[in-house]
Design a protein around this ligand. Structure first.
Ligand code: SAM
Ligand code: SF4
Length: 352
């Protein structure tokens, strides 16, 4: 079977086995890359027309109790600038976001114990009370099932928790042993069981990642059936143990985005900030390869630089809420329409 046959099989059957994915990732050439892009774009067009959903990203805290080796917010980074937003500050971000037309707010942050359950529930309830027509996505890391349930009961709709890698050994090459691969996966299963629109995902090009890791990541996505998938390139941060590791590869990231679209069909797939940071055209390229979500930054200007996951993180221009008009124009020129809807996951009966 040629690589084109494999891409066709993925399109028709929604699955490949381990060896088939491995062969495709190992041997794809420019022709295969272009073909996957074409099929991914066709599927995206059939399901979402030319609509791109926008979400307002509010980075609520740069404190983190964890020590992931790749991330600038890790607790051992003594040079990191720390901040956290309180209820009033978060509400101000939502107010501005609502005015600009956002109908989803994504609250993301390090694992910061300041946000005990009661505090987080109050934040979620207040946003829902003031903006009942908006969706709330949370991305606050690993919590107990009880805590996730409280968030859900308070009105949170979606939860993003990248699995980071579906290879146990690789997981512990990226994280200290105080963290747990099994717990990460259990968290995702709990989120799904509670009823969250759930997002998993991984970095492309993280240290020690090989093709087998990526194949396992794709197979895990197939098995979990998430409503959202977040992938982006690994990018270096100078104050981490991985400071000498190269950035992830643009082309491989784009190829994987296409494969994820072809495999899952209707998943919500953001063109990430990391992709836009790696390449000035990265966001649009991501969309051309199957992405259908963008998440401009709504955090207060004065804290944006402090939420430093990796060096040079894009947080202005079209990556920022102030640049929304410019972003809309860029996407319009490329044939896409930014829509002001909640943009919930909708199961689509795809027939090809
Ligand atoms: N703390 C929560 C968590 O880890 O799930 C949410 C925030 S965390 C900053 C969000 C994502 O940023 C992580 O899942 C990770 O994949 C990504 N990230 C962290 N450091 C990165 C880096 N150096 N390059 C690219 N992505 C990175
Ligand atoms: Fe903390 Fe998330 Fe960064 Fe890990 S990736 S150090 S959990 S903010």
């Amino acid at each position: 079977m040629s690589n084109i046959d494999l891409i066709n099989k993925l399109h028709q059957e929604g699955a490949l086995d381990f060896d088939e994915f491995k062969r495709l990732l190992k041997t794809f050439d420019q022709n295969d890359f272009d073909y996957a892009k074409k099929i991914a774009a066709k599927i995206t067009e059939q399901i979402f027309k030319n609509k791109i959903y926008i979400r307002g990203l509010i980075e609520i805290s740069s404190y983190c109790k964890n020590d992931c080796y790749y991330c600038g917010l890790r607790r051992s980074n003594k040079l990191a600038l720390r901040y956290r937003l309180n209820l009033e500050e978060i509400l101000l971000c939502c107010k501005e976001g609502y005015r600009l037309g956002f109908r989803t707010f994504v609250l993301q942050g390090g694992e910061d114990e300041y946000y005990q359950d009661e505090r987080m529930v109050e934040i979620i309830e207040k946003i829902k009370e003031l903006y009942p027509d908006c969706a709330i996505t949370l991305s606050l890391g690993e919590k107990s099932k009880e805590t996730y349930q409280k968030y859900f009961n308070a009105g949170a709709d979606r939860y993003l928790l990248r699995h980071e890698t579906y290879n146990r050994e690789h997981y512990y090459q990226l994280h200290p042993h105080e963290m747990s691969f099994d717990n990460r996966i259990d968290c995702l299963l709990n989120l799904k069981a509670i009823g969250f629109q759930t997002g998993c995902g991984f970095m492309v090009g993280s240290y020690h990642q090989d093709i087998d890791c990526l194949v396992n990541d794709l197979l895990f996505i197939k098995e979990l059936k998430p409503e959202m998938v977040g992938i982006g390139p690994y990018l270096v941060h100078q104050n981490t143990p991985f400071k000498n590791q190269p950035n992830g590869d643009l082309k491989l990231t784009l190829f994987l985005l296409s494969l994820i679209r072809i495999m899952t069909k209707d998943v919500l797939l953001p063109a990430t900030t990391a992709l836009a940071t790696l390449d000035s055209n990265g966001r649009l390229e991501g969309i051309n390869h199957g992405c259908n979500v963008v998440m401009p930054n709504l955090s207060p200007q004065e804290v944006r630089k402090k939420y430093s996951l990796y060096d040079g993180k894009a947080a202005s221009g079209q990556e920022a809420s102030e640049g929304l008009k410019e972003l809309i124009d860029t996407l319009k020129t490329a044939g896409y329409e930014v829509v002001y809807e909640r943009g919930d996951y909708c199961k689509f009966d795809y027939e090809g």
